[in-house]
Design a binder for this molecule. Sequence first.
Ligand code: AMP
Ligand code: ZN
Ligand code: FE
Ligand code: FE
Length: 290
Amino acid sequence: MPDTLGRVIDLHSHSTFSDGSESPERVVELAASAGCTAVALTDHDGTGGLERATARARQLGIHLISGCEVSCAYSPGTMHVLCYHVPASGGPLQEELARLRNDRERRNETMARKLADLGLPVTYEEVVAEAGGVGVGRPHFAAVLVRKGVVSSVQEAFDSYLAKGTPGYVSKARIEVETVVDLARRSGGVAVLAHPLSLGLERQSLAAELQRLAELGLAGVECYYGRYDPETRAELAALASRLGLVATGGSDFHGTYKPDLSMGTGTGDLTVPDTAVEELAARRPPADPG
Ligand code: AMP
Ligand code: ZN
Ligand code: FE
Ligand code: FE
């Protein structure tokens, strides 16, 4: 088990730059209050909050690791890849993320139209406003539907209108994991598989998939995840160790959108060992010569 004497970190968090309710500054403040020595801001498919997070981290004397969480093509489960040590702007990963953001925008417009066609009182502008203008996604559609009394909960909004297979759902462009690993490395960073159980694989298949990803250049796997119980975390850490992958972790904080998850501590008992920070940094590709 990790040594928890004040040396904890949180390498998975979301701000208002994707689908979190708190500002990048606030996310960093909450990490510092939780006693974290390092924090990664990992907004979905973008790095817009990194400059502000970095500035606040500098003031508070906490180590900010620049990151983002990229949704990859995967079925029937979901595959999210955390990229760390990527530049706040510029570089090959950023270019691809910009393309994906464009597609997401068009997809959200289509979803708003579908919901309106269903007779629901929701406009694209309201959803954008709900998101504060950035990182607009289905959770914001859900929030508007709850606020308007169309449904009584976010979950009901997904179950009735927003989840795959329901009438409001529109898919968005997806990126292959091979591409993400490659783009992260070409941007000077590393890639880590987020919440590995969401792949929906049995333990043996998960081990095989992780081995395949490790061979592609994946640096680590998120073993210490906010919603996993201590036994699962330990089991995943043993698997990571066997495969030569860095065991990382984080809360997956989203503020009020996932109120049971707190910065640093997840559902209360999360402790991510700070050794992951150095181990990840050591996996960064060598700087381009010349
Ligand atoms: P989007 O990127 O716009 O497709 O929204 C994805 C987000 O919606 C995820 O990060 C989840 O927080 C949330 N989400 C997706 N599917 C569901 C579901 N079936 N129930 C509740 N939340 C969901
Ligand atoms: Zn999210
Ligand atoms: Fe995720
Ligand atoms: Fe996340």
